[in-house]
Structures are given as structure tokens and as C-alpha cells.
Design a binder for this molecule. Sequence first.
Ligand SMILES: Nc1nc2c(ncn2[C@@H]2O[C@H](COP(=O)(O)OP(=O)(O)OP(=O)(O)O)[C@@H](O)[C@H]2O)c(=O)[nH]1
Ligand SMILES: [Mg+2]
Length: 196
Amino acid sequence: MEINFRKAKFKALAATIDQCPASDVPEIVMSGRSNVGKSSLINALVDNKKLARVSQTPGKTRAVVFFEIDEKLLIADLPGYGYAKVSKEMKSSFSSLADSYFTSGRKFDLVLHLMDIRREPTDEDVAMLEYMNANNIRYFVVFTKCDKFSAAQLRRRIEELKDIYNFDENADIFAVSSMKKQGLDELREAIAKLLI
Ligand SMILES: Nc1nc2c(ncn2[C@@H]2O[C@H](COP(=O)(O)OP(=O)(O)OP(=O)(O)O)[C@@H](O)[C@H]2O)c(=O)[nH]1
Ligand SMILES: [Mg+2]
């Protein structure tokens, strides 16, 4: 089976978890704080600037938006999350739509967890990574907005981040720029290899 990320279309918009569409294809979830570049990355992966709405204002994506890729994959574009104060009591704090996506029991196959390469880890990111590790959720870490760095700076920053986050040796880590279309082939290939 092949996937070329070319035939992408809007599938559904869910303002509540009940409105998420039934599906029998693998599902990828875009996760990460507001403004990190989730919608932009979807557009870049499928090379269609207009598919997912890109916001200038953080927090603009208020629903879960589903896109179908090559009739073989669904991508769920979550609203930017805010689990600022969660750690042990994460479950009780899971209240936003993005949070309830994860606790709804909906089946999904891979999370793309996006973090801005220029920023330091936030409590939300650390909590999300812990949550995925604790629940055996398969995820790729995707550092976004890498066009802000030179190649040398980027290499140094990624080493620094590996230390900061203390990632597993075999963690799947990607560095992308949706704007400059960097790192997209690697990510597409890894997705296809895992899911198709
Ligand atoms: N320099 C740079 N800016 C980017 C890149 N990707 C996204 N942006 C900018 O970051 C801002 C937010 O992008 P979105 O894709 O809307 O972010 P989002 O994560 O979907 O945001 P929410 O929907 O609010 O959760 C926009 O102004 C984009 O133009 C990138 O690769 N490089
Ligand atoms: Mg968005």
C-alpha cells in the first residue's frame, strides 16, 4: 500500500467528542500548545496551504477538525491545549475538548506532539509526554518552526533538547519547518512506515 499525502480533504468538524466521525482507517492526532503550528504542519504535509485553517491568534481552532488523507488515514487537528496545572491530578483537570479526546476511548494510532524548537519545555508539554509514556501511546516528537535557526544552531539545539527532555534513546524525534518545507519527507515516510 502506498500513501503520497496528496489527496487530502476535509472530513468532519467535531465541537464535542460525540461528533467525532466513525472511522476504520488509522488516525493521527496533532497535539501541542496553541500556536505551535499544528494546522500549518497538516497543510505542509499534504502541500495544500488552504486545507487546515492557520490562525494568527492562538487558540483559534476550537473544534477537532478531521482530515482524510489518500483515503487511508485520518488526521485529527486538536485545539491547542492547556493543561497548565496538571500532573498527578491530570484526569480531573482534563476538561477541554483536546483533553477529552484522549480520555474518550476513541481509538487512534499515533500522536504527533508538536513543540516550538525555540521555546523551553512547558508544564503542559512535560505532562503530555508523561501521559503518553504512562499510557503506552505511540508518539512522534515534532519540533516546529525550525526555520528560525541555522543548520548549526539547529543541530546544537536538538542535542540540548534531548538532554532537557531526557528522551529515550529510540524516541522518534523530528525537526520541521512548515514554512520552509523542511523535514517533511522524513516525517511523511515515518508515518507511512508505521501506519500503512
Ligand atoms: N516561522 C514559522 N512560523 C510558523 C511555522 N508553522 C506555523 N507558523 C506560524 O505559527 C502561527 C500558528 O500556526 P498554526 O498552524 O495556526 O498553529 P496551531 O498549533 O494550529 O494553533 P491553534 O489552532 O491555535 O492551536 C501562525 O502564525 C503560523 O504562520 C513554521 O514552520 N515556521
Ligand atoms: Mg490550529
